[in-house]
Design a protein around this ligand. Structure first.
Ligand code: MN
Length: 253
């Protein structure tokens, strides 16, 4: 089995090494192609207005001066000798739950894999910023990664679907298990915009995604993580809201 490992935190991110170690439990043919710089929040963007550069860091290890989507595209079309059997994206530094998904470069790299017809899985380590600073403990992901991935390798996945996995912000031995759950929603509508002045006195704005008080709907990824479980969510790329088709069509008659 040939595996492509990518992420949105960049080629030097600690979570990438964690995912390489997880991938090595399944195959010795693991290729890494990841953005040269952090691309969190890049979503599914593709670089079209400037060239991208490919850099080789070692055998089967490359970076791309672009987005996660650019990295997967480069890996599939230029870097790898043939298509991988599996795309793994992550392990992201921070959650990709609920409505994080469409902002997420991590999930979008897996989306790009799914579009290419390859089994694709996004993995993220949720962490609590309070008291942790920049240090994200990847213990839960490290310990539970292979357990979460293994059952997905044999299961038939319909076209244009992918899997989103999140690991809870607890020590590996405190993880309660794995739950298959739907995508929740956590309303970033009131996300913060911090205003400040740069060293030359000019105003700037900086977006933040504050933790928002919300009720955790039953059976969602958010609830599973809050209760200490690994969440596994199948996603589909068809965003059509089917039950609205009829009513909307009537408005145009
Ligand atoms: Mn990220």
């Amino acid at each position: 089995m040939r595996i492509l490992v990518t992420n949105d935190d960049g080629i030097n991110a600690p979570g990438l090494v964690v995912l390489e170690e997880i991938a090595a439990q399944f195959s010795d043919d693991v290729w890494v192609c990841a953005p040269a710089e952090e691309q969190s929040g890049a979503g599914h963007s593709l670089t079209l207005t400037k060239p991208v550069r490919l850099r080789k860091h070692g055998e089967k290890r490359y970076s791309v001066s672009g987005t996660p989507t650019d990295s997967v595209m480069m890996a599939l079309r230029t870097v790898m000798p043939g298509p991988p059997d599996l795309v793994l994206s992550g392990v992201n530094r921070g959650a990709n739950l609920g409505d994080d998904i469409t902002y997420s470069g991590t999930v979008s790299a897996a989306i790009e894999g799914a579009l290419a017809g390859i089994r694709s899985i996004a993995l993220s380590q949720v962490y609590s910023r309070e008291g942790m600073g920049d240090d994200v403990p990847f213990g839960a992901a490290r310990e539970w990664g292979a357990k979460a991935i293994a059952p997905l390798l044999g299961v038939p996945l319909p076209e244009r679907t992918l899997i989103n996995i999140n690991f809870p912000p607890v020590h590996a031995n405190e993880v309660k298990g794995i739950r298959v759950v739907r995508q929740g929603f956590h309303d970033y509508g009131r996300g913060t915009v911090v205003e400040g002045r740069d060293p030359r006195g000019y105003r700037y704005y900086w977006f933040g995604l504050d933790a928002i008080e919300h009720t955790l709907d039953h059976g969602t990824d958010l609830e599973a993580i809050a209760e200490g479980y690994v969440s596994v969510t199948p996603l589909q790329l068809d965003l059509t809201h089917y039950s609205s088709l009829g009513a909307l069509a009537e408005r145009y008659e």
